[in-house]
Design a protein around this ligand. Structure first.
Ligand code: PMP
Length: 386
């Protein structure tokens, strides 16, 4: 029998009530359990019961593998939040944004070019871009690392595909493309462009924009993501890619996404975004406060901006802390934190120095409280030594 709950890293037992003393605070992964309390509050309205006979076919009645009703709801959601233009745009679904990303790289790569498209990202970048592009490497595209070496390059003949993550994972910055020109194309990963994590200054209007349910509702396990695309031929190539490698997203996941988005849209999204933003804001303030007296550790700074969703200037409330170990000798920030029983994600994984460490802010409240507890102790040791 499966346990009823998902236990946080420091708890065990059939109802997750047994604390494991001395266990590590897990700030490593990207599990978005911070939204679990919202869904506990909306357990009934978000529940789904699917009869055995329902949706057994490969396709919907219109012979596509995309639910038109879900697509309509996604367009409505973007209009309500004001975070993306979807008028006269195409939408494709994927098994999480992970699958959409691989389809986008394929779709933006030329078929018969003399050299493969260079796939690039600015450091620090989300590691999947490198891992996935290298694994799927073909004659049409190749991962070539950091954008900085190509910014002023006179070698404009080769196609370039730039990943722009905005807000960025790991440092929360609202990045913009740095490569321009006739051979440069961008894939804007907008996974975190929701009011939980950032002010929304304007609707995003890029050629290829990628979103995911994982960081919007927190249902990472449902594996549902989508792309909003300007160009029909790019849309066709992405649709073909996803069709050939999986015949589209599970109909069950689409049904779940539909149910969840209906709840999100109740009251024009106020409730979930108020909850998400408030939770993330309080966490960020606690972290900043906890580290404020430290000379040993520093955090990224993100400029406040006017948020068109909340109609006021808002501070960012980022999904991750990008911690820097400031002491010259502490070049391995992962090891420094590990010694204090905190597990983060090494800077090197993001193409940066290991003096940086990413700490997840989006886990469960228990995980976050433990993180703050351990960090506070670490900083008080520092103060004691002064
Ligand atoms: N893009 C970014 C920037 C992410 O942080 C993540 C998840 N951590 C993803 C894409 C992939 O998410 P998913 O496949 O669950 O949509």
């Amino acid at each position: 029998k499966e346990p009823l709950c998902e236990c946080n890293s420091c708890y065990a037992g059939s109802d997750c009530s047994v604390f494991i003393p001395g266990c590590s605070a897990n700030a490593d992964g990207g599990n978005p359990l911070f939204l679990e309390p919202f869904w506990v509050q909306h357990a009934a309205s978000s529940a789904l019961l699917i009869a055995g006979w329902h949706r057994m076919s490969y396709t919907f009645n219109d012979h596509t593998f995309i639910s038109q009703e879900l697509e309509r709801l996604i367009r409505k959601l973007h209009a309500v939040v004001g975070n993306a233009v979807t008028d006269k745009r195409f939408i494709v679904f994927g098994a999480g944004s992970t699958q959409v990303i691989s389809a986008a790289v394929h779709a933006l790569s030329p078929d018969n070019a003399s050299s493969p498209a260079r796939v690039l990202a600015s450091i620090p970048y989300y590691p999947l871009y490198k891992i996935q592009t290298e694994l799927f490497e073909s004659v049409n595209f190749k991962f070539q690392g950091d954008t900085s070496q190509w910014k002023n390059s006179s070698d404009t003949g080769a196609n370039m595909i730039e990943f722009v993550t905005s807000p960025n994972n790991p440092d929360g910055q609202l990045n913009k493309a740095v490569l321009h020109g006739p051979h440069a194309k961008a894939i804007y990963d907008r996974a975190y462009y929701w009011p939980h994590f950032t002010p929304i200054p304007a609707p995003a209007d890029e050629d290829v924009m990628i979103f995911t349910l994982s960081k919007l509702t927190g249902h990472a396990g449902s594996r549902f993501g989508w792309a909003v695309i300007k160009d029909e031929s790019v849309f066709d190539r992405m649709t073909k890619h996803i069709g050939v490698n999986s015949i589209g997203v599970s109909r069950d996941s689409q049904l779940r996404a539909l149910k969840l988005l209906k709840v999100v849209l109740e009251g024009e999204g106020r409730e979930i975004f108020e909850f998400g933003h408030q939770t993330m804001k309080i966490r960020w303030e606690n972290l900043v406060k906890g580290l404020s007296s430290s000379n040993r550790f520093s955090l990224q700074k993100i400029e406040p901006q006017y948020c068109t969703f909340f109609h006021e200037v808002r501070e960012s409330s980022p999904a991750y802390a990008w911690l820097k170990c400031e002491r010259e000798e502490e070049k391995d920030c992962y090891a420094v934190l590990k010694a204090a029983n905190v597990i983060g994600h090494e800077g090197g994984v993001f193409g940066a120095e290991d003096r940086y460490l990413r700490l997840s802010m989006i886990g469960s409240q228990d995980d976050f409280d433990l993180l703050i507890d351990r960090l506070t102790k670490l900083v008080s040791v520092e103060a004691g030594a002064r």
